[in-house]
Design a protein around this ligand. Structure first.
Ligand code: ADP
Length: 243
């Protein structure tokens, strides 16, 4: 499995080195403070990072260190208390809700617990829903849903609903759903946490395929050291800061 991963890494590296990398996301001195029981809880304490196009970047750190809060700020789901988040040349942190939501729906993809699959919808309908939400013209849905489900190896499971699929299959539907509208940045919170090592390797192979073929940048959280071997960068977070 490791050999396969490293082969694919060198493929992905070859592709990204041909293209001019340019900064997709720039995070400057980001802080996030919550009020808990009338007291401030400083969760992010001055985060600086950048994402280049075509990169696979990972965030690691103990539970409670602030990884999800940071992903939320990167994806415009939350606003930093201080500092700036620039996405694709625009200051994400300074936008109004409507503009941020529009960008989130059309240019970002999420593999988060909160974006889980709709249990009563088939794999096909779940992926189609994300195209509808992103405002992709209806005439393009059929081809794109087919393409994405085939890409994740579920060409024969399109009519299945989540409870009729294994955990690994459900995660692959979630990936198809997250990339269907061709986001330029995919944010994933522990995308392999529930999977065994073989399934995890399959998901990472798929991520590398997506980076190469769909020109997506991926930023994900993980605890798994074997997975970190395929990252372009790993940021380690301790108590709201990178070390
Ligand atoms: P991780 O993803 O690394 O486990 P989180 O970002 O989920 O860490 O949480 C970091 C800290 O921030 C935790 O102590 C958590 O309780 C707190 N936290 C996160 N979101 C909120 C919120 N909306 N209100 C108050 N505290 C929060």
């Amino acid at each position: 499995v490791k050999e396969k991963l490293s082969e694919q890494v060198s493929d992905a590296a070859a592709v990204t080195s041909v293209e001019q990398p340019h900064k997709l996301m720039d995070v400057r001195q980001v802080e996030r403070t919550f009020q808990v029981g009338g007291k401030p809880l400083h969760v992010l304490k001055g985060i600086n990072m950048s994402l280049e196009r075509g990169q696979l970047v990972m965030l690691r750190g103990r539970s409670g260190s602030g990884k999800t809060t940071l992903l939320n700020c990167l994806g415009g789901l939350d606003i930093p208390s201080k500092g700036e988040v620039w996405f694709n040349g625009k200051k994400f942190s300074g936008m109004g809700d409507d503009e941020r939501t529009a960008i989130r729906r059309s240019q970002l993809g999420f593999i988060f617990q909160a974006y889980a699959l709709m249990p009563l919808l088939s794999a096909w309908e779940n992926v189609e829903l994300s195209l509808r939400m992103a405002g992709v013209p209806r005439g393009e849905w059929k081809a794109r849903v087919t393409e994405c489900l085939e890409m994740v190896g579920l060409g024969k499971r399109m009519k299945h609903r989540p409870f009729e699929m294994s955990g690994g299959e459900q995660q692959r539907v979630a990936i198809a759903k997250a990339i269907a509208h061709r986001p330029i940045l995919l944010l994933a919170d522990e995308p392999t946490a529930e999977l065994d090592s073989n399934m995890s390797a399959q998901v990472m192979n798929l991520f590398q395929h997506i980076i190469k073929n769909e020109k997506v940048t991926i930023c994900m959280t993980t605890h798994d050291p074997t997975i970190m071997e395929v990252a372009d960068h790993v940021y380690e977070m301790v108590d709201g800061k990178f070390i």
